[in-house]
Design a protein around this ligand. Structure first.
Ligand code: AVJ
Length: 320
């Protein structure tokens, strides 16, 4: 590689992560086409309780949620960050439309094909719904919305995606999100709660090995896009759960001492036998942690919605 050439963000993130000790790779790179597909499979797994739990939260509380969204104004724009295929959101959208609610749905996603898929599906399934998709970065999209109108905003950030932020970065993200919202705007945010550690661990180590594939796909992606020679058979998927902190971590453990060359970086990395790469954190929360997060990010908790097992909480926050 020409040394003056600028590395792609992917390449430089991989380099930075593998030069750290312990080694790590950012989980946002799971989601190429194969990764999107594997995550869809994960959402249908028996062990991955999160999907059904949040689905139940919406089914059981949709009337209450609508009441809270309507507030005093009676009109709003519903903005969803990282909408995906919208399976869970449709529960709310269908209910809102059936009640004659005046609102526009704006899913924001970085992937144009994901947005097109969702928009087409919605025009078939809920023709009366007004949809204005926005392709791009969350913050740019939100700032653009604010510039163009003054309607009350309700932001959805579902699926415990907030759990993927490491350390204080979740708080920083939410604070920044708040800066693009007005006082009185709402945020409905999903949290996977602390629970039986066996149950948590099984969700990240399913019997069919889909999560294992999802994790190993990151190595395949580095091979394909950055010209690396990772041998996936030399790495083992190993998740852990810490019931004290609620941190669920995924790792890829090197089964032997080995060298991996990454052509795009013009660099070889050594992995010692049983050295682990940390690939993902999926934080589990307590009510106290949610309260702290809301407070530090500049929001007030209006109401918490949960499922019958109390596995999952969708927390409704108001921007202060
Ligand atoms: C999409 C971030 C909510 O952390 O549970 C699923 C991703 N990783 N199985 C999660 C994931 C492994 C998922 N989130």
């Amino acid at each position: 590689m020409n040394t003056t050439e600028v590395l792609s963000e992917f390449a430089s993130d991989v380099k930075e992560g593998l030069l750290q000790f312990p080694k790590r790779l950012p989980s946002k790179y799971f989601y190429n086409e194969k990764g999107d597909y594997l995550f869809q499979q994960i959402m249908h797994l028996e062990e991955y309780y999160l999907t059904n739990a949040e689905f139940e939260v919406f089914e059981e509380n949709k009337a209450e949620i609508l009441k809270a969204f309507l507030g005093a104004d009676g009109e709003f724009r519903l903005v969803e960050l990282g909408a995906g295929d919208g399976t869970k959101t449709k529960v709310l959208l269908n209910h809102f439309v059936s009640k004659g609610t005046k609102f526009t749905y704006s899913p924001i996603d970085i992937s144009g094909s994901v947005l097109d898929g969702l928009t087409n599906a919605l025009s078939q399934e809920i023709p009366a719904l007004s949809v204005e998709p926005i392709k791009g970065d969350y913050f740019k999209a939100l700032a653009g919305l604010k510039r163009n109108n003054s309607m009350k905003e309700v932001v959805l950030f579902l699926g415990s995606n907030i759990g993927n932020f490491m350390g204080k970065s979740g708080e920083t993200f939410l604070r920044k999100l708040g800066e693009d919202m007005s006082k009185g705007d709402l945020l409905l945010i999903g949290f996977d709660m602390m629970k039986n550690p066996e149950k948590v661990l099984a969700a990240y180590n399913d019997a069919m090995g889909v999560t294992r594939e999802f994790n190993l796909n990151l190595l395949d992606r580095i091979n394909e896009e950055l010209g690396a020679n990772f041998d996936r058979n030399n790495f083992q998927h190993f998740p852990t759960y810490d019931p004290i902190t609620g941190e669920t971590k995924s790792h890829l453990v090197s089964k032997c001492t080995q060298n991996v060359h990454i052509a795009a970086l013009d660099e070889t990395f050594e992995f010692k036998a049983w050295e682990a790469i940390h690939t993902e954190v999926s934080q589990k929360f307590s009510h106290q942690m949610i309260e702290q997060l809301a407070k530090h990010a500049g929001f007030r908790i209006v109401q918490n919605f949960t499922d019958s097992n109390e596995y999952f909480v969708d927390s409704l926050w108001e921007k202060l």
